[in-house]
Write a protein that binds this ligand. Structure first.
Ligand SMILES: [Zn+2]
Length: 270
């Protein structure tokens, strides 16, 4: 099993100086592409081709104005899958941490894949109750009617979190891990490495590496972003406490948007 770390969407958000101490901030959309004996598994999908064609529809005007994505065609997950010598159809499963457009944007580029998501997240994205959910959930990302696999993540205990195994037993023991607080059904994706360690893609459970390693205070711009996009503050803070404990227990925890965490795994600008 080979694990590739991909950046499927560079962003340069407004207020970036509040994030990186005076320098313009750069955020990434950290995704995983996992080569297995049965085919490819994608963890999150970044932005998709639809965002290049019509960002206001695929991503939403507010997101475009505040996060300022680069929309680089070479960063699309489908472009990077092809650069590795595969076709889009070789991606058999996509596991999404949640359905915000910087995570689910690539779904239409892989119409043959089964899309695994928390059932509560799927429900919230279909109902789109309230202005915030109408802004964040973009219906154009599922008009191709993907094969949804909806999971209630309330099963096994994994480092203090509820988790389920979404793929059948012949696939690697990848897990959806309930990381509550950011959206209605936000999850992380835990991947066992050949070296016997767990990787945990924590999605948007947090946005900056110091949240986990505790080496400094989380920058103001990041705290504003975390608060303005959360659905349940108390649950989010509990999630962060447990992620720190998982990190101390040896889990390799990283979030979707921290460029330093990304480069630590992918190599500089890899
Ligand atoms: Zn995000």
């Amino acid at each position: 099993m080979r694990i590739h770390h991909l950046n499927c969407g560079t962003m340069r958000p407004i207020g970036g100086r509040l994030i990186s101490g005076g320098r313009p901030a750069r955020l990434v959309a950290h995704c995983l592409l996992i080569e297995t004996d049965h085919g490819l598994v994608l963890v999150d999908s970044g932005f998709g081709r639809g965002a290049l064609a019509d960002p206001a529809v695929a991503v939403g005007g507010m997101f475009v104005r505040t996060a300022r994505p680069a929309f680089d065609p070479a960063e699309l997950a489908v472009s990077q899958v092809r650069a590795l010598g595969y076709d889009a159809d070789d991606v058999r499963h996509i596991l999404v941490t949640h359905l915000d457009p910087d995570h689910a944007g690539g779904l239409p580029d892989f119409p043959g894949a089964e899309v695994h998501v928390h059932a509560a997240e799927h429900r919230a994205a279909q109902v789109r109750r309230g202005l915030a959910d109408r802004n964040r959930y973009r219906p154009s990302l599922w008009t191709h009617e993907p094969r949804w696999a909806l999971h209630d993540v309330d099963g096994d205990d994994w480092f203090g979190f509820a988790s389920v195994r979404p793929l059948d037993g012949s696939w690697p023991e990848i897990r959806l891990v309930r990381l509550a607080g950011h959206t209605a059904g936000h999850v992380g994706v835990a991947v066992p490495t050949d070296a016997g360690q767990w990787l945990l893609h924590a999605g948007d459970a947090y946005f900056h590496r110091v949240t986990i390693d505790g080496t400094a205070r989380v920058p103001l711009g990041i705290r504003i972003e975390e608060t303005s996009t959360q659905t349940d503050r108390a649950a989010r803070l509990t999630t962060v406490d447990r992620l720190r404990a998982a990190h101390r227990a040896g889990v390799d925890v990283f979030c979707a948007h921290d460029p330093v965490e990304y480069e630590r795994h992918a190599g500089p600008r890899g």
